[in-house]
Design a protein. Structure first.
Length: 257
Protein backbone atom coordinates (compact mmCIF):
# COMPACT_ATOMS: atom_id res chain seq x y z
CA UNK A 1 0.00 0.00 0.00
CA UNK A 2 1.53 3.36 -1.00
CA UNK A 3 2.00 6.39 1.20
CA UNK A 4 -0.35 9.34 0.75
CA UNK A 5 1.95 12.23 -0.19
CA UNK A 6 -0.35 14.76 1.48
CA UNK A 7 -0.80 13.07 4.86
CA UNK A 8 2.35 10.97 5.00
CA UNK A 9 0.26 7.98 6.06
CA UNK A 10 -0.75 4.82 4.25
CA UNK A 11 -3.53 5.23 1.74
CA UNK A 12 -6.72 3.42 2.68
CA UNK A 13 -7.40 0.83 -0.04
CA UNK A 14 -10.95 0.16 1.17
CA UNK A 15 -14.17 2.06 1.59
CA UNK A 16 -15.83 2.00 5.01
CA UNK A 17 -18.35 -0.54 3.73
CA UNK A 18 -15.63 -2.79 2.30
CA UNK A 19 -13.59 -2.62 5.48
CA UNK A 20 -16.57 -3.58 7.63
CA UNK A 21 -17.46 -6.46 5.33
CA UNK A 22 -13.99 -8.00 5.14
CA UNK A 23 -13.41 -7.63 8.88
CA UNK A 24 -16.72 -9.17 9.94
CA UNK A 25 -18.47 -11.07 7.15
CA UNK A 26 -15.99 -12.34 4.54
CA UNK A 27 -14.85 -15.39 6.49
CA UNK A 28 -11.40 -13.98 7.19
CA UNK A 29 -9.91 -14.39 10.66
CA UNK A 30 -10.32 -10.73 11.56
CA UNK A 31 -11.94 -8.42 14.04
CA UNK A 32 -13.27 -4.88 13.70
CA UNK A 33 -10.41 -2.47 13.12
CA UNK A 34 -7.94 -5.05 11.78
CA UNK A 35 -7.99 -3.47 8.30
CA UNK A 36 -7.56 0.07 9.57
CA UNK A 37 -4.52 1.40 7.63
CA UNK A 38 -3.73 3.80 10.47
CA UNK A 39 -3.42 1.06 13.08
CA UNK A 40 -0.04 1.45 14.82
CA UNK A 41 0.40 -2.12 16.07
CA UNK A 42 0.04 -5.31 13.99
CA UNK A 43 -1.03 -3.32 10.95
CA UNK A 44 -2.33 -5.78 8.35
CA UNK A 45 -1.29 -3.55 5.45
CA UNK A 46 2.36 -3.28 6.52
CA UNK A 47 2.97 -6.88 5.48
CA UNK A 48 0.35 -7.32 2.74
CA UNK A 49 1.96 -7.56 -0.69
CA UNK A 50 0.87 -8.20 -4.26
CA UNK A 51 3.56 -10.14 -6.11
CA UNK A 52 3.38 -9.92 -9.89
CA UNK A 53 5.85 -12.16 -11.67
CA UNK A 54 7.04 -10.99 -15.06
CA UNK A 55 6.49 -13.52 -17.80
CA UNK A 56 9.54 -15.36 -19.13
CA UNK A 57 8.17 -14.77 -22.61
CA UNK A 58 8.22 -11.47 -24.47
CA UNK A 59 5.64 -9.17 -22.88
CA UNK A 60 3.13 -7.69 -25.32
CA UNK A 61 -0.17 -5.87 -24.93
CA UNK A 62 -1.81 -9.31 -24.93
CA UNK A 63 0.23 -10.63 -21.99
CA UNK A 64 -1.75 -11.43 -18.83
CA UNK A 65 0.56 -11.30 -15.79
CA UNK A 66 -2.05 -12.08 -13.16
CA UNK A 67 -5.72 -13.03 -13.03
CA UNK A 68 -7.71 -12.16 -9.92
CA UNK A 69 -11.00 -13.72 -8.87
CA UNK A 70 -12.80 -10.86 -7.14
CA UNK A 71 -15.17 -13.28 -5.42
CA UNK A 72 -12.18 -14.48 -3.37
CA UNK A 73 -11.69 -12.14 -0.35
CA UNK A 74 -7.88 -12.09 -0.38
CA UNK A 75 -7.71 -11.66 -4.15
CA UNK A 76 -10.18 -8.79 -3.85
CA UNK A 77 -7.86 -7.15 -1.31
CA UNK A 78 -4.98 -7.60 -3.76
CA UNK A 79 -7.08 -5.90 -6.41
CA UNK A 80 -7.77 -2.97 -4.08
CA UNK A 81 -4.04 -2.58 -3.37
CA UNK A 82 -3.34 -2.46 -7.10
CA UNK A 83 -6.03 0.21 -7.44
CA UNK A 84 -4.22 2.19 -4.75
CA UNK A 85 -1.16 2.40 -6.98
CA UNK A 86 -2.85 4.14 -9.93
CA UNK A 87 -1.97 7.77 -9.17
CA UNK A 88 -0.85 9.47 -12.44
CA UNK A 89 2.04 11.21 -10.64
CA UNK A 90 4.04 8.14 -9.73
CA UNK A 91 1.74 5.14 -9.68
CA UNK A 92 2.83 1.91 -11.33
CA UNK A 93 -0.61 0.62 -12.27
CA UNK A 94 -2.84 2.11 -14.97
CA UNK A 95 -6.45 2.03 -13.70
CA UNK A 96 -7.70 0.84 -17.11
CA UNK A 97 -6.35 -0.33 -20.45
CA UNK A 98 -7.47 2.92 -22.08
CA UNK A 99 -5.37 4.94 -19.60
CA UNK A 100 -2.22 2.83 -19.87
CA UNK A 101 -0.31 5.53 -21.78
CA UNK A 102 -1.46 8.52 -19.72
CA UNK A 103 1.52 8.35 -17.33
CA UNK A 104 5.14 7.47 -17.96
CA UNK A 105 5.33 5.65 -14.61
CA UNK A 106 2.69 3.03 -15.43
CA UNK A 107 4.12 -0.46 -15.92
CA UNK A 108 1.03 -2.66 -15.85
CA UNK A 109 -2.68 -2.13 -16.45
CA UNK A 110 -5.84 -3.34 -14.77
CA UNK A 111 -8.30 -4.90 -17.20
CA UNK A 112 -11.72 -6.12 -16.13
CA UNK A 113 -12.68 -9.18 -18.15
CA UNK A 114 -16.26 -8.09 -18.63
CA UNK A 115 -15.18 -4.57 -19.56
CA UNK A 116 -12.61 -5.94 -22.00
CA UNK A 117 -15.27 -8.03 -23.74
CA UNK A 118 -17.63 -5.07 -23.81
CA UNK A 119 -14.95 -2.90 -25.42
CA UNK A 120 -14.43 -5.56 -28.08
CA UNK A 121 -18.15 -5.58 -28.85
CA UNK A 122 -18.26 -1.78 -29.06
CA UNK A 123 -15.26 -1.72 -31.40
CA UNK A 124 -16.77 -4.45 -33.57
CA UNK A 125 -20.01 -2.46 -33.86
CA UNK A 126 -18.10 0.67 -34.82
CA UNK A 127 -16.07 -1.27 -37.37
CA UNK A 128 -19.25 -2.69 -38.88
CA UNK A 129 -20.76 0.80 -39.10
CA UNK A 130 -17.59 2.23 -40.67
CA UNK A 131 -17.39 -0.39 -43.42
CA UNK A 132 -21.11 -0.17 -44.12
CA UNK A 133 -20.69 3.56 -44.67
CA UNK A 134 -17.56 3.07 -46.77
CA UNK A 135 -19.55 0.67 -48.95
CA UNK A 136 -22.01 3.49 -49.67
CA UNK A 137 -19.38 5.98 -50.85
CA UNK A 138 -16.52 3.89 -52.27
CA UNK A 139 -17.92 4.00 -55.80
CA UNK A 140 -17.81 7.81 -55.84
CA UNK A 141 -14.50 9.62 -55.99
CA UNK A 142 -16.24 12.87 -55.04
CA UNK A 143 -18.03 11.36 -52.03
CA UNK A 144 -14.78 9.94 -50.64
CA UNK A 145 -12.96 13.23 -51.22
CA UNK A 146 -15.80 15.07 -49.46
CA UNK A 147 -15.61 12.76 -46.46
CA UNK A 148 -11.83 13.07 -46.17
CA UNK A 149 -12.05 16.85 -46.35
CA UNK A 150 -14.72 16.98 -43.66
CA UNK A 151 -12.49 14.80 -41.48
CA UNK A 152 -9.65 17.25 -42.11
CA UNK A 153 -11.85 20.22 -41.16
CA UNK A 154 -12.82 18.50 -37.91
CA UNK A 155 -9.31 17.31 -37.10
CA UNK A 156 -6.82 20.12 -37.63
CA UNK A 157 -3.76 17.91 -37.24
CA UNK A 158 -4.81 15.60 -40.05
CA UNK A 159 -3.69 15.87 -43.66
CA UNK A 160 -5.88 17.71 -46.17
CA UNK A 161 -6.72 15.35 -49.07
CA UNK A 162 -5.48 16.33 -52.50
CA UNK A 163 -8.15 17.12 -55.09
CA UNK A 164 -5.83 15.62 -57.72
CA UNK A 165 -5.79 12.12 -56.22
CA UNK A 166 -7.74 9.19 -57.63
CA UNK A 167 -10.37 6.86 -56.22
CA UNK A 168 -7.87 4.25 -55.04
CA UNK A 169 -5.90 6.86 -53.10
CA UNK A 170 -9.02 8.18 -51.38
CA UNK A 171 -10.09 4.64 -50.51
CA UNK A 172 -6.67 3.91 -49.02
CA UNK A 173 -6.75 7.12 -46.97
CA UNK A 174 -10.19 6.28 -45.61
CA UNK A 175 -8.95 2.81 -44.71
CA UNK A 176 -6.13 4.46 -42.78
CA UNK A 177 -8.71 6.50 -40.83
CA UNK A 178 -10.64 3.37 -39.93
CA UNK A 179 -7.42 1.68 -38.78
CA UNK A 180 -6.04 4.63 -36.81
CA UNK A 181 -9.04 6.72 -35.71
CA UNK A 182 -12.13 4.56 -35.77
CA UNK A 183 -13.85 6.71 -33.14
CA UNK A 184 -13.26 9.89 -35.17
CA UNK A 185 -14.53 8.20 -38.32
CA UNK A 186 -17.74 7.00 -36.68
CA UNK A 187 -18.25 10.37 -34.98
CA UNK A 188 -18.68 11.97 -38.41
CA UNK A 189 -21.09 9.25 -39.52
CA UNK A 190 -23.17 9.61 -36.35
CA UNK A 191 -23.42 13.38 -36.81
CA UNK A 192 -25.63 12.85 -39.86
CA UNK A 193 -27.84 15.87 -39.10
CA UNK A 194 -24.92 18.22 -39.73
CA UNK A 195 -23.35 16.42 -42.69
CA UNK A 196 -25.17 18.56 -45.28
CA UNK A 197 -23.84 21.72 -43.65
CA UNK A 198 -20.34 20.26 -43.41
CA UNK A 199 -20.47 19.59 -47.14
CA UNK A 200 -21.72 23.13 -47.70
CA UNK A 201 -18.72 24.62 -45.89
CA UNK A 202 -16.29 22.20 -47.55
CA UNK A 203 -17.58 22.90 -51.05
CA UNK A 204 -17.77 26.61 -50.34
CA UNK A 205 -14.07 26.53 -49.46
CA UNK A 206 -13.33 24.40 -52.52
CA UNK A 207 -14.84 26.87 -55.01
CA UNK A 208 -13.51 29.94 -53.19
CA UNK A 209 -16.90 31.23 -52.01
CA UNK A 210 -15.60 30.79 -48.47
CA UNK A 211 -12.08 31.54 -47.31
CA UNK A 212 -10.11 30.00 -44.45
CA UNK A 213 -7.74 32.68 -43.19
CA UNK A 214 -5.19 32.47 -40.38
CA UNK A 215 -5.55 29.33 -38.30
CA UNK A 216 -9.06 27.95 -38.86
CA UNK A 217 -11.01 31.21 -39.18
CA UNK A 218 -13.65 30.98 -41.94
CA UNK A 219 -15.28 33.94 -43.68
CA UNK A 220 -17.08 34.80 -46.90
CA UNK A 221 -15.24 36.41 -49.82
CA UNK A 222 -16.90 39.65 -48.73
CA UNK A 223 -15.13 39.41 -45.39
CA UNK A 224 -18.16 38.38 -43.33
CA UNK A 225 -16.91 36.17 -40.45
CA UNK A 226 -18.59 32.79 -40.37
CA UNK A 227 -16.76 31.19 -37.46
CA UNK A 228 -13.59 29.72 -36.06
CA UNK A 229 -13.53 26.17 -37.33
CA UNK A 230 -16.12 23.92 -38.89
CA UNK A 231 -18.38 23.63 -35.84
CA UNK A 232 -18.95 27.38 -35.56
CA UNK A 233 -19.39 27.71 -39.32
CA UNK A 234 -22.12 25.06 -39.29
CA UNK A 235 -24.01 26.81 -36.50
CA UNK A 236 -23.68 30.12 -38.36
CA UNK A 237 -25.28 28.76 -41.53
CA UNK A 238 -27.99 26.91 -39.57
CA UNK A 239 -29.03 30.18 -37.92
CA UNK A 240 -32.21 31.52 -39.56
CA UNK A 241 -30.73 35.02 -39.43
CA UNK A 242 -28.20 33.93 -42.04
CA UNK A 243 -30.69 32.25 -44.39
CA UNK A 244 -29.83 34.60 -47.26
CA UNK A 245 -26.11 33.81 -47.00
CA UNK A 246 -26.91 30.09 -46.81
CA UNK A 247 -29.02 30.17 -49.98
CA UNK A 248 -26.45 32.33 -51.77
CA UNK A 249 -23.68 29.86 -50.97
CA UNK A 250 -25.80 26.90 -52.12
CA UNK A 251 -26.47 28.70 -55.40
CA UNK A 252 -22.77 29.47 -55.88
CA UNK A 253 -21.92 25.82 -55.35
CA UNK A 254 -24.55 24.68 -57.87
CA UNK A 255 -23.31 27.15 -60.49
CA UNK A 256 -19.73 25.94 -60.01
CA UNK A 257 -20.59 22.33 -60.86
Amino acid sequence: VPIDTNSGRLKNPLTKEEQAYFENQAGLDMESGDLNPYKKKDNFWHDFRVAIRKSDDIVTDKTVLMTLDLSDPLQYLQYKVLQCNTAPDGGLVAPSWQERLSSGTYRISLVHEGKQNFDKVVRADKMKKAYKYLGKIDSSEEAMFDFLTIYFLENGKSKRPSSDSNKDTYYSEIQDLIDNDLAGFVKIIDDADNYEFKLLVHRGLKIGALVMTHSDHIETVDGIPVGNGLKQAIQWFKDDRHQDEYLTLKNQIELAK
